[in-house]
Design a binder for this molecule. Sequence first.
Ligand code: FES
Length: 75
Amino acid sequence: MYICLCNAVTEKDIHQAVCEGACSMRDLRQQLGVASQCGRCATCAKAVLDQEMQHAKVVQYPMHQHPRPALKQAV
Ligand code: FES
């Protein structure tokens, strides 16, 4: 699905950008041109970015490997 019509950026393009290290709207704007013209795509692009970032965290840190702060032991 197209997210940014002005620059023909799709959801897949944003997914790829996140896989390559993009983690902010600024990154998407620099790499893909998202929200650099009319700006109407900004809200939707941010939602897709947040979704992709959440997915990237789950893939990077599966539940059994997620870094957690050490638990205090009851004395
Ligand atoms: S739709 Fe993205 S800048 Fe216009």
